[in-house]
Design a protein around this ligand. Structure first.
Ligand code: SAM
Length: 385
């Protein structure tokens, strides 16, 4: 989709993106506010704030969610909103008049650094929702490590097929099929960053993508495998910046093709578990009019069989087990489904669960299952050996 028509009408995939962000923000704001810490919410590609058809955009949605979270928060802390917008900052100003927020007109490349400098010991949430990939220079992400924030999380809309299409173009490889190209929101910002091999290297943080395009061009892999490999390698680059990175393919249901990937990065185990579990739980709500689907993982074995593969004979904390599960399997099962499976496995003596404290306040044996508490799990049969 050309950028000048983007805000005419809010499309299904934009609604899906917002729902994914919105569901997580509710949990995130409530959790952080409860710790008495402040939050800096930075939307680096904020848009107009409202679509021409009246639907709200990501900035207004985040502001509304924060309003609710602050209403129920028992402590006096704040959520500081920073919206960066290159082309539509005046519309954004008009559309956010009734809220307290700061608008930074111009490119995020110039203002993000300044904003982050003022985020010492704050919790920062970055939302990155560009039209395409050209301005996603990885050095900006690499620099995120250097700020002394209390915590940082990032949700990125990665137009992975857009990257592959551009890769094919700049390397003179065979173009993507029309079917795949039709999925993309095209980047028509001809006046901005020039796209060439050095710029693509800068976006990808290396030249690994060139081998992927060469393999696609020779027929060794198809376009889907190329996209998948690129996303995996791109996420590996992000793992040098954030401890935990997962991606969620948002698919167009009819063609079953990933239209884009939402990449979530965090330094906190619990942030990862919450995001992955939330995505799984809400997946049916995230499907809009049957057009979009969140992901299409084949669940195969039951949850008990799958989770058993992540449990070893040595005691391991339960949050680490969930983190390994989500990093390897993606948002396949919700945390509550996994908790239920753990309970059953414990009852079957397939696993041993150690809880601290082992006794409840009323003197009974504790039976809770929670990754937020001190809980360890190991395979049960070890006990008899
Ligand atoms: C996909 S739209 C964002 C939509 C928004 N998240 C929403 O839900 O309403 C991308 C926005 O980024 C803006 N933009 C493009 N390049 C930018 C840059 N380098 N820095 C900041 N904003 C930019 C565009 O003007 C456009 O409004």
């Amino acid at each position: 989709m050309a950028k000048d028509t983007f805000f005419v009408e809010k499309k299904e995939w934009s609604k899906t993106k917002d729902k994914l962000l919105g569901h997580y923000l509710k949990l995130y704001f409530n959790k952080i506010l409860a710790t008495r810490a402040n939050v800096k919410y930075i939307d680096c590609f904020a848009g107009k704030g409202r679509f021409d058809d009246g639907e709200i955009g990501s900035p207004l949605m985040a502001l509304e969610i924060a309003k609710e979270a602050l209403k129920i928060s028992k402590v006096h802390n704040s959520i500081d909103f920073c919206f960066i917008e290159k082309m539509y900052s005046n519309d954004l100003k008009d559309n956010t008049q009734q809220y307290k927020c700061t608008i930074y007109p111009g490119a995020y490349e110039t203002s993000l650094h300044q904003i982050l400098e003022s985020c010492k010991y704050q919790n920062v949430f970055l939302y990155i929702d560009p039209f395409g990939i050209k301005s996603l220079h990885f050095d900006i992400f690499s620099s995120l490590k250097s700020y002394s924030c209390r915590s940082m999380e990032m949700l990125l809309n990665l137009n992975s097929f857009g990257f592959i299409r551009e890769g094919c173009r700049v390397l003179n490889a065979k173009p993507l099929s029309e079917e795949i190209s039709a999925l993309e929101e095209r980047e028509n910002d001809s006046g901005s960053t020039k796209n060439d091999i050095p710029n693509m290297n800068r976006v990808a943080n290396g030249s690994y993508w060139q081998k992927i395009i060469t393999d696609y061009n020779s027929g060794a892999i198809d376009a889907f495998q190329a996209e998948d490999r690129f996303v995996e390698e791109y996420c590996n680059q992000l793992r040098n910046v954030f401890s935990y990175v997962i991606n969620i393919p948002i698919k167009v249901k009819i063609q079953n093709m990933p239209k884009y990937r939402m990449v979530f990065a965090t330094n906190h185990k619990h942030g990862l578990v919450e995001m992955a579990s939330n995505m799984c739980k809400k997946s049916s709500e995230l499907i809009n009019g049957g057009q979009m689907t969140l992901f299409d993982y084949s669940k195969g074995d039951g949850v008990k069989e799958v989770i058993m593969n992540f449990i070893s004979s040595a005691d391991q904390s339960y949050d680490d087990i969930l983190v390994s599960f989500y990093l390897e399997k993606g948002p396949l099962y919700s945390e509550s489904d996994i908790n239920a499976a753990i309970k059953e496995l414990e009852a079957m003596n397939s696993i041993v669960v150690s809880r601290n404290p082992p006794i409840t306040e009323t003197g009974r044996r504790a039976t809770w299952i929670s990754y937020k508490k001190d809980m360890k799990v190991r395979r049960g049969y070890e006990k008899c050996h």
